[in-house]
Design a protein around this ligand. Sequence first.
Ligand code: S3P
Length: 438
Amino acid sequence: MTALDYFLVNPGQPLRGTTTVPGDKSISHRGVLFGALADGETHIRDWLPAGDTEASLRAVQTLGVPVERHSKTELTIGGGGLKPPRGVLDLVNAGTGIRLLAGIMVGQPFESVLDGSEQLRRRPMNRIINPLQQMGAKIEGSNGRAPLHIQPAQLRGIRYAMPVASAQVKSAVLLAGLFAEGVTTVVQPGPARDHTERMLAAMGVDIVTEGDEIILMPNGGLKAMDFVVPGDISSAAFVIVAALLVPGSDLTLTNIDLNETRTGILDVLLEMGADLIVTETGTQAGEPVGTIRVRHSALKGSQVGGEVVVRMIDEFPIFMVAALAAEGETVVRDAQELRVKETDRLAVMTAELTKLGAQITETEDGFVIRGSQRLRGAEVYGHDDHRISMALTVAGLTAEGQTRVIDAECAADSFPGYADTLAKLGADVRQLELSKAN
Ligand code: S3P
């Protein structure tokens, strides 16, 4: 039997103290991928050493880019261009890795194959294949999924109106635009995270945002830069909701990225009555950063839909846990994108939380939860989806009795040391090996 780790969770202990969380996943992917294209050495500190980002790092190494690893979180990426890969580029579970790298590879003068895990092979790729083909790219999927086969081609800039507000799609098109003739414009239907725009601009690319349009003009290369990655608000969200729900909690998170395309979860929790004090302290890697103080709070239900959904798209698994505790009804709409993440997060979270005694009405594009629910500890399963495992762990902290979340190691796809971070704040959470427990 393959050993699967699990989180063993006992409820009731308040979370107190001060901590930060690992570096932002989106910015860490981009630092490595864009650094590989730059004209010199890019030095990155507080980089996220997680399953997904390590896959992007290995991919650029396979493309002949020298990488100096000073520590787990500090890297120097030697730029100077990409070389034909000595094999398939394996992005494992990383949707951001494969979609952004595809945008880069279509502009290279050599062929490549991009692939990943069984889980990644289930995720839709036509959303990038279609616009890249419109730019003249020679990219083929397998029934619209990975593996992606790419041949060299001359690209031309296009004006692309994205049907979904996706930062990965936007980034793939803009990155291909770096290698295209003429201007590339992406029109976004909602405020998808803008880390690509910020980082490319900081590296000297001619890119501007005007309303819902992003306009990129290829101007001959990226300049190397040094930066420090801020803490990931998507990781902070698990700690924040844990502190809000467990009585007696009072903690402070430092150095968190407060980019407003990412802070939808804070806006919604504040509206629900959360005792959150958000203080901006400066900028890092071109992003606003700050501290978040969180105290246990009685939450009220909320109506969530429209623009805020894309600004909190990765936070819905943990938001479901908050909604179960809130008083009154919470309704989420316009969140159908959750069905094509690492898992169908609407279906999987509904099924797993039901094992803890929750009552949730799943809808096509969201869910309805009547709150003030008491959960009972049980055995639940993470489905190789980091955010599912971590959200279920927080649910366990609010339940009566013990919870085991089978499949804990996937949490390290975005939040290495998750159980330790919670435990240091006082929560009774441990990551254990299943085979040893039996
Ligand atoms: C990401 C974009 C989002 C998000 C993912 C990271 C990025 O996906 O869910 O975790 O770094 O660009 P979509 O762009 O597909 O919505």
